[in-house]
Write a protein that binds this ligand. Structure first.
Ligand SMILES: NC(=O)c1ccc[n+]([C@@H]2O[C@H](COP(=O)([O-])OP(=O)(O)OC[C@H]3O[C@@H](n4cnc5c(N)ncnc54)[C@H](O)[C@@H]3O)[C@@H](O)[C@H]2O)c1
Length: 315
């Protein structure tokens, strides 16, 4: 199978591309910046917000061949950053529309990476797919994902475009320690603990569903296969671990792993952040056979081992 991945230089894009290559598929990537992690697949450097993007991608098909599936991961992916820079939420919507238009012009099925942010801050015990509500949008990032989903559903209805939407949640693990570009809570806490710095917990009792990257990628991969084979289409899935952990628990696990005492500063949640999310995974289990394997303590152990080996190899 030939798979085109947007956002292919990002954390999930890089992990997914390597998973697809390992299964014998061909991967082409698009991203506005080079991949700093690996060079195992070609990445076209292109800003997907640029007008004329569908035409440019079409030109590229002469060199690449027509993909069987497009996976759209490119986005400004940091919730609080988009609260500070709301123009970037609009860019997320523009990218999604241009990628959808490219798919429509070539009859290509699309996998779209949405987010648990579409559920807002409703503090349910456990959240199922039908609980999403645009009126609950807690941030401009959430609005960009809700709008992205709405565009996907409208392309499916108007043009028959086959799709799968995955709502991801706090993905962590390999290829996520580029803190200068993007601060993510787990690599950030690891770094601070190693430096002997205090951890700021924005909402210490906030409960989130942390997903080890291999589980996330496996779910996406199952979706790609099922969509391409025509076995599953036009579905929206939660993709997570299915367990909630507070930021305080996360800090304790990491401090234990590193053998350090965590100095903790508690602060209120930042604007736009949600305070509880635990995914109901029933639909992904039933339709895709999704079965996440990695608990948070085990995932943190693997993340730490990976970040140490990366640091040892790259300084
Ligand atoms: N990682 C998570 O915890 C998580 C959770 C929910 C949803 N998501 C979604 O999953 C997707 C992938 O997330 P990630 O963690 O790999 O993020 P990431 O930031 O590591 O990767 C996103 C990539 O998109 C690229 N990009 C941004 N704007 C672009 C543009 N205009 N043109 C071309 N490329 C552009 C970036 O350069 C980056 O490499 C995103 O859509 C994100 O919103 C991620």
């Amino acid at each position: 199978m030939r798979i085109l991945i947007t956002g292919a230089s990002g954390q999930i894009g890089c992990n997914l591309a390597l998973r697809c290559l390992a299964a014998g598929h061909t991967v082409h990537g698009v991203d506005q910046r080079p991949n700093g992690w690996c060079d195992a697949y070609p990445v076209l450097l292109h800003d997907l917000t640029r007008p004329g993007t569908p035409g440019l991608l079409t030109t590229q098909l002469a060199a690449w061949g027509k993909p069987d599936v497009v996976v759209h991961l490119a986005a400004h992916a940091k919730v609080h950053q988009l609260v500070l820079e709301p123009d970037k939420a609009m860019e997320n919507m523009v990218m999604t529309q241009q990628v959808l238009e490219f798919c429509r012009q070539h009859g290509l099925p699309l996998v779209f990476s949405s987010s648990r942010e579409v559920y807002g801050n409703a503090r349910r015990d456990i959240t199922a797919e039908a609980d999403a509500d645009f009126a609950l949008a807690a941030s401009t990032y959430a609005a960009s994902k809700l709008a992205g989903e709405a565009l996907v559903y409208s392309y499916a209805r108007c043009y028959g475009l086959p799709y799968l939407v995955f709502r991801l949640s706090n993905v962590y693990g390999r290829y996520d320690n580029d803190l200068g570009r993007m601060e993510r809570v787990i690599p950030l806490f690891m770094h601070k603990l190693q430096q002997g710095e205090a951890l700021t917990l924005f909402g210490a009792d906030k409960v989130l569903d942390f997903t080890y990257v291999d589980d996330c990628v496996e779910g996406l991969f199952l979706g790609i296969q099922a969509l391409q084979a025509g076995e599953v289409r036009d579905q929206t899935f939660n993709l997570a671990r299915g367990e909630g952990h507070s930021l305080r628990q996360l800090a304790d696990y990491l401090a234990g792993l590193l053998g350090r005492a965590a100095q903790v500063v508690e602060a209120p949640s930042q604007a736009g952040e949600i305070s509880r999310y635990v995914a109901n995974l029933e639909l992904a289990r039933r339709l895709l056979g999704y079965a996440p394997q990695v608990s948070l303590p085990e995932g943190l152990r693997r993340s730490l081992a990976w970040s140490r080996s990366w640091a040892a190899a790259h300084g």
